[in-house]
Design a protein around this ligand. Structure first.
Ligand SMILES: [Zn+2]
Length: 88
């Protein structure tokens, strides 16, 4: 792509479609995202902003680190309990 007599390499957006799994392919901005997929956004910078973002996008937290760890521990307790019962 040529803008003001300068050759600028055309970078395409690397956002992936949920339905088709294909890439977006729109012209991207500096952060490799197009205007539709957060090209102008720099993301949350402050700790408070990051927490707000996390809270806003979390629906149930089933796949959160804490929930996964808790399920793992529960499975381990059940496994140990079964072993104890079998050994008696
Ligand atoms: Zn895009």
């Amino acid at each position: 792509m040529v803008i003001k007599n300068k050759e600028i390499p055309l970078v395409l957006c690397n956002a992936k479609s949920k339905r088709t799994g294909k890439l977006c392919r729109q012209p991207a901005m500096k952060n490799r995202k197009c205007r539709l997929h957060g090209g102008k956004s720099t993301g949350a910078k402050t700790h408070k902003g990051k927490l707000n973002q996390k809270r806003a996008v979390t629906k149930h937290g089933f796949y959160s680190k804490e929930a996964i760890l808790e399920r793992k521990k529960t499975k381990e307790y059940i496994r140990k309990g079964k072993k104890l019962l079998l050994n008696c």
